[in-house]
Design a protein around this ligand. Structure first.
Ligand SMILES: O=C(O)CCC(=O)C(=O)O
Length: 244
């Protein structure tokens, strides 16, 4: 989707803020990313009970410190340069989504692979990161659930809102949505009850015709989540911070 500022991609009907850009990358770029991910040495994958995970450039230490190391070029181009090229608003062409983060761009990427039926429990991403997550989806669509609070301030067990993420799309979550709400992916093989009233970003979808039956059968979906880790150690390896 060609946009001149992120404001045009803002997801309405959600706590602030989420932005959704369909066709953020091309099919060819999606294939290159999938082949780079597949080519990573096997020990790069961490098998979790309901998904598998690669962490680039490395895991954080127990104190949430990133040992300084650049992201590989295939994770930077084209995703990061394209991401930073979108102004936040048309009125200010100099300010992008990472302008007020400490390092000014993402320094960390988690790659999650979900087979059909797999997902991730509702959670918050916490304060190790600047409160912006940029997610590029590959391979399959699925819905991300956002969990609101009930009147007695407990978290709902069912998602209050759902964001449909198509392959090649970019989703940015930030502000209150990042800090105050849980997000998760249900462990189901098919997303159902999909419609303009039940999907928050329906108006921004690239291929709404794929969902007109109101259902979508999932296949393997891979996500790349880009974040800026706040604490970075340039001396980490020298002084043995790793593992402490
Ligand atoms: O795969 C996704 O889109 C969500 C991943 C996620 O929730 C996380 O890494 O914290």
């Amino acid at each position: 989707m060609a946009i001149s500022s992120l404001e045009e991609a803002r997801v309405q009907n959600l706590p602030s803020s989420a932005y959704y850009i369909a066709d953020f990358i091309t099919k060819e770029e999606e294939q290159v990313l999938l082949s780079k991910i597949a080519a990573a040495p096997k020990p790069r994958w961490k098998q979790l009970s309901h998904r598998r995970l690669q962490t680039w450039p490395s895991d954080l230490t127990k104190s949430n410190i990133l040992l300084d190391s650049p992201l590989p070029s295939w994770l930077l181009e084209p995703v990061v340069s394209r991401l930073l090229s979108y102004p936040l608003s048309a009125a200010d062409s100099q300010t992008h989504i990472f302008s007020d983060s400490l390092h000014g761009w993402p320094n960390h990427v988690l790659i999650n692979e979900y087979n059909s039926g797999q997902g991730i429990m509702p959670h918050k991403d916490g304060d190790a990161y600047h409160p912006v997550v940029c997610t590029v989806s590959l391979g399959s669509s699925l819905t991300l659930g956002i969990y609101g609070k009930t009147e007695d301030e407990t978290t709902n067990t069912e998602p209050t809102w759902r964001i449909l993420q198509e392959p090649r799309s970019l989703l940015i979550t930030t502000d209150m949505l990042y800090k105050d709400y849980l997000h998760g992916i249900a462990e189901i093989t098919e997303d159902v009850d999909l419609s303009p009233t039940t999907v928050s970003n329906w108006d921004l979808l690239g291929s709404p015709e794929d969902f007109t039956k109101g259902r979508y059968e999932r296949s393997t979906r891979t996500s790349l989540t880009y974040r800026d880790v706040i604490k970075v150690s340039r001396l980490g390896s020298k002084f043995g911070i790793l593992g402490k």
